[in-house]
Design a protein around this ligand. Structure first.
Ligand SMILES: C[S@@+](CC[C@H](N)C(=O)[O-])C[C@H]1O[C@@H](n2cnc3c(N)ncnc32)[C@H](O)[C@@H]1O
Length: 233
């Protein structure tokens, strides 16, 4: 049984139909936002009832149990809370109509950054997180960074998007005025920023003001600042 579970989690990391959830918070958020759990596994000493009572009384988990050695082999970084799960990856589409901004990450490289962007986008009420480039935004590392909040909004990788209004977030841009509810907010890759092609077709380039000497914000921090500027306005 333990060997089968280890193999199931190993295979799931390469299976595009499955999602690996690491830790109680990730499982909790996934359940709250409608995830279909395939398997929940807990370390034999993990007190899931106490975790639920303390952190999420609305989420009750029924888990298979493995010993500490087995648990340590389920995922690369075993979570402290002692629980991991597999869920079905939902079919998601780019929303055709937006009542809140969508975040577009152009070719992001750091999946934990992608996860942090998904987390703040879900919290602020963004309509979607869209990505371009080779990285899968549903990879286990991104899911860890989002604490399972990928299930709260569409997170979709696409080749390109031709939608407006397209606002490019660029340290060389102008200070923002009002951010339209239906905006696509485009953020560049961690090292090089937005591509010339995207900057050329943007309706506006907006900058978050920074004190002299600072060249840019971290990607997820920039996403956070803009979404909360929109939300609080
Ligand atoms: C780490 S930054 C990239 C830095 C890159 N050297 C540049 O100059 O754009 C990642 C992305 O965050 C956004 N960003 C970071 N700081 C920003 C700021 N002060 N104003 C607007 N966007 C910012 C931009 O979209 C940027 O492409």
């Amino acid at each position: 049984m333990q060997a089968q579970l280890i193999e199931a989690f190993r295979r799931a990391r390469r299976d595009e139909g499955l999602v690996v959830l690491e830790g109680f918070h990730a499982v909790k958020h996934a359940v709250r936002f409608g995830a279909e759990l395939v398997r929940v596994v807990a370390r034999e000493d993990a007190d899931l009832d106490a975790l639920s009572a303390r952190l999420a009384p609305d989420v009750v988990l029924d888990a298979d149990r493995v010993d500490g050695d087995g648990f340590a082999r389920l995922v690369p970084v075993p979570p402290r809370t002692g629980v991991v799960a597999l869920a079905r990856r939902p079919a998601q589409a780019v929303p055709a109509v937006r009542s809140s901004p969508a975040v577009l990450l152009e070719d992001p490289r750091d999946l934990s950054n992608v996860g942090a962007c998904v987390r703040v986008a879900a919290a602020a009420g963004a309509s979607a997180v869209l990505t371009t480039g080779a990285k899968d935004p549903w990879s286990p590392e991104a899911l860890r960074g989002s604490a399972g909040l990928h299930f709260a909004l569409p997170v979709v990788r696409l080749d390109d998007i031709d939608a407006r209004p397209l606002l490019a977030l660029d340290p060389e841009g102008e200070p923002p005025s009002a951010i339209p509810d239906d905006a696509i907010l485009a953020f560049g890759t961690e090292r090089d920023g937005l591509s010339d092609a995207l900057l050329a077709r943007a309706d506006a380039r907006i900058a978050l003001p920074m004190r002299d000497g600072v060249s840019s914000l971290n990607l997820a921090t920039a996403v956070s600042a803009v979404l909360y500027a929109w939300r609080l306005a």
